[in-house]
Ligand binder design. Structure first.
Ligand SMILES: O=c1[nH]c(=O)c2[nH]c(=O)[nH]c2[nH]1
Length: 307
């Protein structure tokens, strides 16, 4: 809507609502625990608050924050972070007449059950490394887009990687190689094909299981078999193989975005006039670097033939 010749596109929400939830229902006395960082963004008809001093249509962001805790409390049974995001999105878009779209982002921290003397601890957890992310967009109609992801998955292999026959011009100094380290800190996100809240699988913890399986396919493809590995001719090629393996394996994944920075480990060579080979690089001593790094990303989806 335009007033006074000014168009307003707006949304409002609450960012970084942190919640921990324990479920103590295990028959064996075991506890389950999640830690979520929830961000909510609502698209709603509340232009009068921008145009005039009229807040009568605003859902207070403080109320959104409270709702996260109320809904966490109400979830008496364990649920996946995806289900919680959809539950919140569904609530906001259906409870308030003026809200037409709710976008819920959640980051789940990787708390993992510890093993003591080889035995899973009933209530002890340690923090792993990569986060589980989700974005659920829920429309008032019940239409859904659901994207899950893994953030900060650091992977490295010490061989079976090279880079050769690239563009060579007067600015190029990088030599061709068939022997280098390959390291990345990957962010991957994949969109599920479920298009409505009603159509998501009812199976308990379905998306938690999928998350583990997708991560496994990504890692298996990056590393190859344990004894032999698999040769990577470029980050681009490895990224493509990882993403297409996920599309092949999971019919309900419609597309996947992979962001794979190429984190460089530079060969170390040190010399003085007196000692020209103080340290001579023989694929052994490296200088790890954060910056600059290569940045390589792509989105893969199936080509559907229009027959
Ligand atoms: O796998 C790689 N892809 C590149 O695009 C690139 N560019 C570069 O300098 N090294 C590499 N390695």
């Amino acid at each position: 809507m335009a007033a006074e010749g000014v168009r307003v596109e707006q949304r409002h929400g609450k960012a970084r609502v942190r919640v921990g939830r324990v479920w103590r229902q295990g028959g064996d006395g075991s506890h389950h625990f999640v830690e979520w960082n929830v961000s909510i963004s609502l698209l709603s008809h509340c232009l009068s608050s921008y145009h005039r001093d009229d807040n009568s249509d605003i859902v207070a962001t403080d109320t959104m924050k409270n709702t996260v805790y109320v809904k966490a409390k109400e979830c008496g049974d364990r649920l996946s972070v995806e289900e919680f995001a959809i539950l919140l999105g569904n609530h906001f878009s259906s409870f308030y007449p003026q809200v037409y779209t709710a976008i819920v982002n959640i980051i789940e921290k990787p708390w993992e059950r510890v093993c003591i003397d080889g035995k899973p601890h009933l209530h002890g957890f340690k923090l792993g490394s990569e986060n589980h992310t989700v974005e659920a967009t829920v429309q008032k109609s019940g239409a859904l887009t659901l994207t899950s992801g893994v953030a900060g998955l650091a992977l490295l292999k010490t061989t079976q990687s090279g880079f050769e026959k690239f563009v060579r011009d007067k600015y190029t100094i990088l030599p061709d190689t068939r022997e280098r380290m390959l390291a990345t800190e990957m962010n991957a996100s994949w969109r599920y094909s479920y298009e409505s809240v009603a159509s998501i699988p009812k199976k308990e913890l379905y998306f938690s299981e999928k998350f583990m399986e997708v991560k496994k396919v990504l890692m298996d493809t990056f590393f190859g078999p344990p004894e032999t590995g698999v040769y990577s001719p470029s980050v681009q090629r490895t990224l493509y193989l990882m993403g297409s393996a996920v599309l092949r394996r999971f019919p309900d994944v419609a597309s996947i975005h992979l962001k794979m920075p190429n984190i460089h480990f530079l060969p170390v060579n040190l010399s003085t006039k007196e000692n020209p080979s103080m340290v001579k690089f023989k694929d052994d001593v490296y200088l790890p670097t954060d910056e600059p790094h290569g940045s390589i990303e792509a989105t893969l989806s199936r080509i559907t033939s229009k027959m």
